[in-house]
Ligand binder design. Sequence first.
Ligand SMILES: Cc1cn([C@H]2C[C@H](O)[C@@H](COP(=O)(O)OP(=O)(O)O[C@H]3O[C@H](C)C(=O)[C@H](O)[C@H]3O)O2)c(=O)[nH]c1=O
Length: 177
Amino acid sequence: MSRFKRIPTELAGLVIVERTQIGDERGFFSRFFCQEELDDFGSTGVIAQINHTMTGVRGVIRGMHFQRSPHDEAKLVSCVVGAIFDVAVDMRPDSPTYLKWHGEVLSAENARSMMVPGGFAHGFQTLTDNCELIYLHDKPYVGHAEGGLNALDPRLNIAWPIDVTQMSERDRNFAFI
Ligand SMILES: Cc1cn([C@H]2C[C@H](O)[C@@H](COP(=O)(O)OP(=O)(O)O[C@H]3O[C@H](C)C(=O)[C@H](O)[C@H]3O)O2)c(=O)[nH]c1=O
C-alpha cells in the first residue's frame, strides 16, 4: 500500500504529496518520508538537511527564497502545526510556466506537503498563529548562494489569501523583477 498520494500541479515537477494516515482509537500513524516511494526527491535523492521553523502570528509571509545553482536544492515542505498557504514560483528560464506560481494550503490536518524541485522560489503565508514547518532539503544550506523574489511583486501577482501582518526586513527589501 502506497503511503503517499501524489498530486501533480500545473507547474511541471512541482508535486503535492499527501501522507496516508493509518488511524485507530489512539490516533494515527503516518510515514513522513520514504526514499523508496519518493525516489525522485530532488537531484540527489538524499536528505542533506532537515529544518524546523515556527512562526507565531497569522498573516506572516516568509520568502520567496531560493539557492542559486549548483546549490539549488529540492525541498519537501510540510506544515505540522497550524496551516499555511504555501507558494512556489517557477524560475526555470526555459520553462513554459516561467514566473508562474502555484499555491496550496498545507496543514497538520490535511497532511499535505509540497515537493519543490530546484529552480523554484518558495515562500508561504501563515493562516493560523503558531505554525510549525518541517523542511527536508536534498542539498545543504549555502548562505552566499541564497537569493529571493519579492513576495509582493506585482509581476508575480501572488494571491496571498489574507492581509500581510509581518515580513522580515530582508524579504521586504527584495527587488521587484
Ligand atoms: C534557510 C536557512 C537559514 N539559516 C539561518 C539564516 C538566518 O540567520 C536564520 C533565518 O533565516 P531566514 O530568515 O532566511 O529564515 P526563513 O525566512 O524561514 O527562510 C526559509 O523560509 C523560506 C520560506 C524557505 O523556503 C527556505 O527554507 C528558507 O529560506 O537561519 C540556516 O542556518 N540554515 C538554513 O537552511
